[in-house]
Design a protein around this ligand. Structure first.
Ligand code: NDP
Length: 328
């Protein structure tokens, strides 16, 4: 039998945690034959609720779930971690300035990065879900100098999945016929969902749609504002689809993209496509054997260039702000 994989989830008692943990334990994160140990990291106020969730996990009698540890100590929570899902974050509250938000999250992600550096397994893979995800990932990565930088990633897979779904609805295509969609930039309102290289059943998606006004005025804003639309409709945030996207992100990273397709991940830039080296920005990537590579050589038209640049500018401003705060 295989050695269990240690999976750490922060903010485990939150809404996303509740939608996430059962799917990790049932084998959807890593595969149907991979046993897991769960480490639930919470703040002290979250521990009791995390214990309740753990009771429910026990009651599912998942064959793949070996053990569950609950802690508010990051050094314990990340001990031997192979996969870390950083979900817990400080939400933006009314009247909060960006600087306050970044420094509150710096207080969470800097020590977590250090704890990962000091305690995680050598093959640690980190996904940051908690917002502002890209910059939180940068803060954690900067605090973990002994971990290869590329192991720190931020989630844009929900944006990617939302864009595929919107495109399928518009064109009447099946979701499974849509390939090579890309989210560029920040997981924020400036993100850019790019269909110019996407394919629908082998045909170029932008040509199938053939409607630039729809792209600019409907598709892009619908994808970017989908989270708010869901809060408006259900009176609660999009926790289940966020959890699903976190599962997809790690599953694809570990198990690979399909031939002829790619996915979107927020990753440290190597300077590709004019994105400044070091910022954590979303790119088209292929994955294989637990490693990812940026898809190279795509032709970026003017429509795309302006939108990528705008989102990247926001990311460099966030980086400069956390640098000024001494967080990186
Ligand atoms: P959720 O589980 O709903 O959300 C957690 C984070 O995920 C937020 O930063 C949220 O961002 C982000 N997120 C990213 N994508 C989405 C999406 N599509 N929909 C919704 N959220 C998204 O928050 P809860 O408040 O229910 O739970 C947070 C938990 O984290 C609490 O139990 C708290 O105790 C814990 N926590 C733990 C910490 C730790 O382990 N050290 C530190 C801080 C908190 P956004 O705010 O923009 O919606």
């Amino acid at each position: 039998t295989r050695t269990p994989v240690n999976v750490t989830v922060t903010g485990a008692a939150g809404q996303i945690g509740y939608a996430l943990l059962f799917r990790i334990a049932s084998g959807h994160l890593l595969g149907p034959d991979v046993p897991v140990n769960l480490r639930l990291l919470e703040i002290p106020q979250g521990l009791k609720a995390a214990e309740g969730t753990a009771m429910e996990l026990d009651d599912c009698a998942f064959p793949l779930l070996r053990n569950i540890e609950i802690t508010d100590d990051a050094n314990v929570g990340f001990a031997g971690a192979n996969v870390a899902l950083l979900v817990g974050a400080r939400p933006r509250t009314k009247g909060m300035e960006r600087g306050d938000l970044l420094s509150a999250n710096g207080g969470i992600f800097k020590p977590q990065g250090k704890a990962i550096n000091d305690n995680a397994a050598d093959d640690i893979k980190v996904l940051v879900v908690g917002n502002p995800a890209n910059t939180n990932a940068l803060i954690a990565q900067a605090a973990a100098p002994d971990v290869p930088a590329e192991r720190f990633t931020a989630m844009t897979r929900l944006d990617h999945n939302r864009a595929i779904s919107q495109l399928a609805t518009r064109t009447g295509a099946a979701v499974s016929d849509i390939k090579r969609l890309t989210i560029w930039g920040n997981h924020s309102a400036t993100q850019y969902p790019d269909i110019f290289h996407a394919e629908i059943a082998g045909k170029n998606a932008a040509e199938v749609v053939n409607d630039e006004a729809w792209l600019a005025d409907t598709f892009i804003p619908t994808v970017a504002k989908r989270g708010a639309a869901i809060i408006e409709a259900r009176g609660a945030s999009s926790a289940a689809s966020a959890a699903n996207a976190a599962i997809d992100h790690v599953h694809t990273w570990v198990n690979g993209t399909a031939d002829g397709d790619w996915t979107s991940m927020g990753i440290p830039s190597d300077g590709s496509y004019g994105v400044p080296e070091g910022i954590i920005s979303s790119f088209p990537v292929t994955t294989k054997d637990g490693k990812y590579e940026i898809v190279q050589g795509l032709d970026i038209n003017e429509f795309s260039r302006a939108r990528i640049d705008a989102s990247v500018k926001e990311l460099t401003e966030e980086r400069d702000a956390v640098r000024e705060l001494g967080l990186i």
